[in-house]
Design a protein around this ligand. Sequence first.
Ligand code: ADE
Ligand code: ZN
Length: 332
Amino acid sequence: MKHLDIIKKIPKAELHLHIEGTFEPELLFEIATRNKIPLRFKSVEELREAYNFHNLQSFLDIYYEGANVLIEERDFYDLTMAYLKRCREDNVVHTEIFFDPQTHTSRGILFETCLNGIHKALKDAQEEWGITSHLIMCFLRHLSEDEAFKTLNEALPFKDKILAVGLDSSEVGHPPSKFERVFKRAQAEGFLTVAHAGEEGPAEYIWEALDLLSIKRIDHGVRAIEDDKLMERIIQEKIPLTVCPLSNIKLCVFKQMADHNLKKLLSRGVMVTINSDDPAYFGGYAGQNYLEAALALELDEEEIKTLAMNSFAASFLSEEIKNHWIQEINKW
Ligand code: ADE
Ligand code: ZN
């Protein structure tokens, strides 16, 4: 399968990546040790063995537990830098990163400790390797509207560092409508908006995200395929889906990669992108997600190129920079 060679080398943007989900067990143990935080796992291997999930919540429980060892600005810096090194290996030249401040502020960590650590790493990676990035602050949807408003207020002094707001965590039972007023206020403050919808939740949640939160793209959104009217709308309005193939398999959204609907969505004209979501937990970074999807779904070279082009077209880069990267991919 010679065409698979292009996956590693072709320039890519990543649009759905939780920085807390890049926490590799080795680094987690290193930071826990230096912060003198006891872990219930005895070794890296034992921790990795616990990465067996049957749905989104079973993953989130362990993901939040892992994040507890992040205390100092340096911890957030090291976490982010480790991810950016992986971007370099996969030729991810632009990344739009989610962070969950409430996971940290609820433990007494200052908002700016977390933000500054992440931001310094992004700046260094841009200077050293030319990797560009944007930050997207997510509200945890299992928490209240009040708590989301409090987090939005904390972010206001840092508008220069945060481009957009998003919505993540436990989807079912926490529809986008719960955060309509928060998103309206965020938009009025100049933030762009995205939201996780249609990962485990129904197509109805995608309608709500579009109509009530005015989102610019849908994170996951794979359940859109269950609703013809919704499919018509996202195709016509070119609303991107940030699809995460390995995540969907690990969290049992699809039984196996061959069952994933990514190729179907793509062939029906949906602006699909490939992303890694929480690569330390789901078995691979961006390149691995492209590779495993391409193998199982028999994607051809044109489809791989389209996915890479979509990743730039769906990004929050300027039109000029988007066009630059799309032309680069066209040369392949
Ligand atoms: N937080 C981290 N990964 C997530 C996912 N896949 N869905 C919802 N919230 C998340
Ligand atoms: Zn996600």
